[in-house]
Design a protein around this ligand. Structure first.
Ligand SMILES: *Cc1c(COP(=O)(O)O)cnc(C)c1O
Length: 451
């Protein structure tokens, strides 16, 4: 075993962490995780933490799960990787079939990648290329939403809308048309209490439809997250919003690209948020929970209609020029197959329903806290927004890192969380027990009250 002091030193000396101000990180005491068990992780000193963010929104059945471990072990004894460029491997074939079986019926073809951002990058390229192959080259623009998050590669950032992450890269990005964030616009139009009710959808849709009516000839696709804008601070869409977008896309001959990277694999309360919202997209991006949180894998699913436009003789050069070294990696696909089996065996979705209800009930208590300005939930994900002044909604100053202060108190109490700015995110693995969830929420409430 390495000297723990070396690990800490090397971590600060050599490892540039994602989404992390390294100056601050290097001044602080950090957690170096060594192992996990169920919903808990243990650091190199044996300290135990509840994984309150599912290892960044991807863990489903808990860490160190015997069945998922077994899937990796069995596969690694066969083969760890072989290319899928013009060839195939057993787990990638089986999992493609599994995905087509469980996603909306229109989606029949699977293109693999490794991360959510890539799955979205691929979705964008396919949509653009589809219209090109169809001979409608003028359809090359994308409509996106303010406050959207689709990952950190240049194409995914182009369709993103979170200023603090994305604005710096503006000169590198392609232009998109941006519609208002449905939740924020609904709050503006109808107030917080009524924001998610049905008629706010009508108010929002008029604007969108008018814009699409005028510009549809040059629009390739409408891009949106499924049911909720996650990284923006858990902003759920008003009821029926996605159905209306589906209707508009149908009416004006526009593809609908739905990003289920965060919501897929049970997080929304259904297997996919599209099910819950009653829509079928033309292109769907999956990632995060796809392997139960074990290995990097993502997928972009499309309809036959889209796939068929890429068919032709080799010399026609209609095929999709895109691929990665590890596309369809057998280890990742084998654990993804096993994760779907665990969903069945452990009745994960059925057991989740009372936990979603418990989350709703406990969240209602947060409104009484002095520094809570909004409380939002979508399935088994939630955000509690901290504000300086509850009456006016005035936020805490950015540099004060109020969210991080609360997170630090949580970590001291044995729960690892990572806020989005001043929004405290509640995103434990689906497999968490009710008493563990209660402990999580009671602790969060206690910490916010200390502000
Ligand atoms: C996390 C996320 C992504 C990006 O996925 P990565 O695996 O981090 O690249 C894309 N879209 C949504 C909605 C996400 O939450």
């Amino acid at each position: 075993m390495l000297n723990k002091k070396y690990l800490e030193e090397w971590d600060k000396e050599y490892f540039w962490h994602p989404f992390t101000q390294m100056k601050v990180y290097r001044e602080e005491e950090n957690i170096i995780v060594e192992r996990g068990e169920g919903v808990y992780v243990y650091d190199i000193y044996g300290r135990k933490f509840l994984d309150g963010v599912s290892s960044l929104w991807c863990n489903v059945h808990g860490h160190n799960h015997p069945k998922l471990n077994q899937a990796v072990i069995e596969q690694v004894h066969k083969i760890a990787h072989f290319t899928t460029l013009g060839a195939s491997n057993v787990p990638a074939v089986v999992f493609a079939k599994n995905l087509v079986d469980i996603t909306p019926p229109k989606l029949t073809k699977v293109f693999y990648s490794e991360d959510g951002a890539e799955a979205m990058e691929i979705a964008i390229k396919i949509a653009y290329h589809y219209w090109h192959n169809k001979g409608e080259k003028q359809k090359n623009k994308f409509v996106t939403l303010s406050e959207a998050y689709h990952g950190d590669t240049i194409g995914s950032v182009s369709v993103g809308g979170i200023n603090i992450f994305h604005e710096k890269y503006r000169p590198l990005l392609f232009d998109v048309y941006k519609m208002p964030s449905p939740y924020l616009e609904a709050v503006k139009k109808a107030g917080r209490e009524k924001a998610l009710e049905y008629d706010t959808t009508k108010l929002l849709i008029e604007e969108v439809e008018e814009f699409i009516f005028k510009n549809h000839q040059e629009i390739a696709a409408f891009v949106l997250e499924a049911g909720v804008q996650g990284a923006a601070g858990i902003l759920p869409f008003p009821k029926g919003y996605m159905k209306e977008i589906r209707r508009i896309c149908d009416e004006y001959n526009i593809l609908m690209i739905v990003d289920e990277v965060a919501t897929g694999f049970g997080r929304s309360g259904s297997m996919f948020a599209c099910e819950r919202e009653g829509i079928e997209p033309d292109i769907m991006a999956l990632g995060k929970g796809i392997t139960g949180g074990y290995l990097p894998l993502a997928a972009t699913l499309v309809t036959d209609e889209i796939f068929n436009e890429f068919l032709g003789e080799f010399g026609e050069a209609k095929h999709f020029y895109h691929g990665h070294t590890y596309t369809g990696n057998p280890l990742a696909c084998s654990v993804a197959i096993a994760s779907l089996e665990v969903f069945e065996e452990e009745q994960t979705l059925k057991k989740l329903q009372p936990k979603i209800k418990l989350l709703t009930d406990k969240l209602s208590e947060f409104w009484e806290l002095e520094h809570v300005g909004d409380v939002r939930q979508y399935g088994f994900m939630a955000g509690v927004e901290l504000v300086k002044d509850k009456k006016t909604g005035e936020p805490f100053p950015y540099g004060e890192r109020t969210g991080f202060k609360v997170a630090k108190m949580m970590i001291e109490r044995g729960i690892w969380v990572r806020p989005l700015g001043d929004v405290m995110v509640i995103m434990p693995p689906l497999a968490i027990k009710e008493e563990e969830l209660e402990f999580f929420l009671d602790t969060l409430k206690e910490c916010i009250a200390l502000l």
